[in-house]
Ligand binder design. Sequence first.
Ligand SMILES: *Cc1c(COP(=O)(O)O)cnc(C)c1O
Length: 460
Amino acid sequence: MTFEKIPYKIYLTEDEMPMNWYNVRADMKTKPAPLLNPATGTPMGFDDLRPVFCDELIRQELDNDTREIPIPQEIRDFYKMYRPSPLVRAYCLEEKLQTPAKIYYKFEGNNTSGSHKLNSAIAQAYYAKNQGLKGVTTETGAGQWGTALSMACSYLGLDCQVYMVKVSYEQKPFRREVMRTYGAAVTPSPSDTTSVGRAILKEHPGTTGSLGCAISEAVEAAASQPGYRYVLGSVLNQVLLHQSIIGLEAKAALDKYNIVPDIIIGCAGGGSNLGGLISPFMGEKLRGERDYQFIAVEPASCPSFTRGKFAYDFCDTGKVCPLAKMYTLGSNFIPSANHAGGLRYHGMSPVLSELYHEGLMEARAVEQTKVFEAAEQFARVEGILPAPESSHAIRVAIDEAMKCKETGEEKTIVFGLTGTGYFDMVAYEKFHNGQMTDYIPTDAELEASFAQLPKVPGQD
Ligand SMILES: *Cc1c(COP(=O)(O)O)cnc(C)c1O
């Protein structure tokens, strides 16, 4: 027990930054299900994945056993530009809420891309460069991942080709231009530069695109150009591994002051920030050393965990990617417009899906107007203007703190503040003008989408 006053911000020194990523799969009794080849239904091995992914990243993807994976020095050097990131004690929010709860947040928005995605972008670009590749291709929705990847690629001198969902390309010029500032080539998707894009355009002329469609195009672009590979900013095991830096730093900062959280909360799109934040804590829970309550927060308009099915599904609309076993709304499910673009994905990380399936983690779905109320409340007292995605975690952190106010419990709550919302002011504007709506899909809509899940031999 220390009686030292806990500072508003706990900063680690550069020397205290973790030397290794932590692979939570090593401590899972039931491993996440393997990716399957959609044509044969058999697990994808190293050689099957090589045409699309970088070699070292495939090794990380398939490695369910190595607990600690060293972070190469070059990546650590890049991390030092914006890490270690602070763990903030939200004294001002606690005061405002008049709660006995102790609230902390790990702030990942302190870099130009404005989110945690840079943690994996630099790792993926580094392994591509190390393999002697010329460049990488990817998709981006609202642009956070494309921005992070373009920053990483320009640092390493790699070519970066981004397929950006057309509606965002047209309506969100700012992130598009940030990407171009860092030298990326940005193509609105669907486009006529790939055969899958041409097919989608033919079938749905005038479509404004989707993330699943942009993924299909980026995968094809990688496979059809020598010296290129495809990289993905979330969902995959390797991405959660890279994002474990968030949880490792958070844990090191908490340990410095002997703080033990009761509840750990994160927003969940594809699951990478949440997976990264909870990994070291989940490891303790899996090893029976300590117990924590973990809460994933998702939009009520795209409720993969709370209303999805745990089944093999395609990761993309064009069905060119391997099948992943995950909580999914179906690859044909098109979530309604929601201002948290980074959370509009039909599936969820297979690692988190398995943990949730085993009851080791909870999930909540929240409506976007409630999310923006929390965002505004937070901004007014803590100063940081949060990303709509991150504000999902803020919503539930506030809800839990208010429960403590009722019961008088002094719970310690940690949540992930994944990014800033400066490029999301149109969404804030809608909220302020009372024009924001909460669309929740009907059971019938979801059933129609589930009916189209792929049939996989041996799976129900
Ligand atoms: C992309 C994004 C998310 C969601 O992605 P995950 O892979 O689920 O972490 C959350 N917050 C911000 C700011 C993002 O850019």
